[in-house]
Ligand binder design. Structure first.
Ligand SMILES: C[S@@+](CC[C@H](N)C(=O)[O-])C[C@H]1O[C@@H](n2cnc3c(N)ncnc32)[C@H](O)[C@@H]1O
Length: 483
């Protein structure tokens, strides 16, 4: 395997000459020592040690730290099968990608490389080309970590994400883009020497002066990525009503909830509405999907997505989910709070520590912040159970990897609400629940945990769609019925 060392400021990155080789290109995710210790105690807990042994437990933990800093090796889009058959959307997407030449593949290859998921009937998968061999340049643009993560998943650099640029950067200049790993680059920097990681090359679409001008905040694309380390199509404006960018586990959530036409569904923490829209689509837009979110500015995102995807059964409200049960059982108004037992199904896609997101090269949070979600999730859970009809279905999901927000919440819920029983999930394409929360093997079997660390060693040698179910963000799903 041919490799070369490329020197960056204080950092050595291994850049691969061969496309898709097993060597990681980014350093392991960095975090505060207390957070590393905490995650280690989660992944190398007593129950895990007893079952898989210390070596395997350690291997999984080290894999976790590596895979979190790397993007999944494919892009997942959900097709609007309520508007057109999957085959038709597949074909149109191939044509559109060819037309826009946003796909690096040849015209003939473009549609061939879009693959339907074998089990999730409204998902199309597109391989990501990377890590690619890209030469670093002397002109450096430094962007915030969030912005860089989006670049690694196919986005361009938007002006607000830019922290530093060459002193005389002009429109048309070719620049190398770096992620500010520690969040220490000050806005307007001209030569940042802190920890940074190269994510690709692009062309400046704005002069430095217009990016950092005082007063009016800069908007629009600041650097168009032409040679990214990981190339995947940008879906900006591509068939907006027919394809929706969504991580595979998030699409699985909608199917696990299994909503039926004519039902009344509650999505308690809904913004920006990806899962809300999926639920409405699965119901053929027949019935009612009530979407709540506590943050007012996010309600417009739900409404906008519903409009783009041509869904009319969604009603979005700004409301605190923990207060969504009305004490008045005769209350009949359309919006919250609602009388108990008002909904056939409830989705609690809970606010969480989000540690399963990929790529993520640095967790800046303290342990206290990470541990702050469990009580809020329990409050929301109480409301969810009260609002659910007898015989109704409750799905609880998070995009994090701790036991405290996942399996421990399930153990707590089964203990607190004797009328809840765990249900089989369909599809079940992730792993089962993680050991360590005292759940039985039957209970763990009913849980779905997407655990990229389990297949990280094989990720880059297995072809799509086989690797799709393992090479995901970290995610958790539990399905209950109220008996
Ligand atoms: C994981 S995100 C939801 C993602 C969404 N389900 C989707 O698929 O697009 C969690 C959301 O919960 C919202 N949230 C936090 N606390 C809440 C509360 N008490 N009541 C309602 N929403 C809340 C946040 O504003 C955030 O938008």
């Amino acid at each position: 395997m041919l490799r070369r060392h490329v020197k960056t400021t204080g950092w050595f990155l291994y850049l691969s000459i061969k496309v898709r080789q097993a060597m990681p290109v980014f350093p392991r995710i960095s975090m505060k020592p207390e957070v590393t210790e905490y995650l280690k105690s989660v992944y190398i807990n007593k129950e895990v040690l007893t079952v898989v042994g210390p070596e395997e437990a350690e291997r999984r933990f080290q894999n976790l730290l590596t895979c979190l800093s790397h993007p999944p090796s494919y892009t997942c889009v959900r097709a609007s099968t309520h508007l057109a058959p999957l085959e038709e959307i597949h074909h149109q997407l191939g044509e559109e990608l060819k037309k826009r030449q946003i796909c690096s593949l040849s015209a003939q290859e473009a549609s061939v490389h879009i693959l339907p998921h074998p089990q999730v009937k409204d998902v199309l998968l597109l391989p990501v080309d990377g890590p690619r061999c890209v030469q670093q340049l002397s002109s450096e643009v430094v962007v915030g970590a969030q912005c860089a993560n989006a670049v690694l998943r196919g986005a361009n650099v938007f002006a607000p994400g830019i922290l530093g640029s060459p002193k005389y950067m002009k429109v048309g200049d070719v620049v190398s883009v770096f992620s500010d790993l520690e969040g220490r680059c000050t806005r307007g920097a001209t030569n940042y020497q802190g920890k940074k990681v190269f994510v690709g090359n692009g062309v400046a679409k704005r002069d430095r002066s217009s990016i950092f001008c005082p007063g009016e905040p800069a908007r629009g694309v600041g650097v168009q990525m032409v040679d990214p380390l990981y190339r995947s199509p940008s879906f900006d404006g591509v068939l907006p009503s027919l394809v929706f960018l969504q991580n595979l586990p998030s699409v699985v959530v909608g199917h696990v909830l299994d909503p039926h036409p004519g039902e009344r569904i509650l999505d308690m923490c809904a913004a920006p509405g990806g899962k809300t829209c999926h639920i409405a689509a699965l119901m053929g837009d027949q019935g009612e999907v009530v979407a709540l979110d506590k943050i007012r500015s996010k309600i417009a995102q739900i409404q906008e997505n519903a409009q783009i995807l041509r869904l009319q059964s969604i009603k979005a409200f700004c409301f605190d989910g923990t207060k969504a049960v009305s004490s008045d059982s005769t209350q009949t108004s359309e919006g919250p709070p609602f009388p108990a037992e008002s909904f056939d199904r409830v989705l609690l896609d809970a606010p969480c520590s989000g540690l399963g997101q990929r790529p993520n090269m640095s967790i800046t949070w303290s342990l206290k912040e990470i541990c702050s979600y469990q009580p809020l999730q329990r409050k929301l859970f109480h409301t969810a159970v009260r609002l659910l009809k007898k015989g109704g279905v409750l799905v609880y999901s998070t995009c994090t990897i701790t036991l405290a927000e996942n399996e421990e919440q399930v153990a707590w819920a089964l203990h607190t609400f004797p009328r809840l029983t765990l249900q089989l999930q369909k599809p079940h394409i992730g792993a089962e629940g993680m050991l360590g929360a005292g759940l039985s093997s039957e209970q763990l079997h009913l849980l779905q945990r997407f655990s990229p660390e389990l297949s990280w060693d094989q990720t880059q040698t297995t072809s799509l769609p086989c690797r799709a179910d393992g090479d995901t963000i970290g995610f958790f799903i539990a399905k209950f019925m109220k008996t």
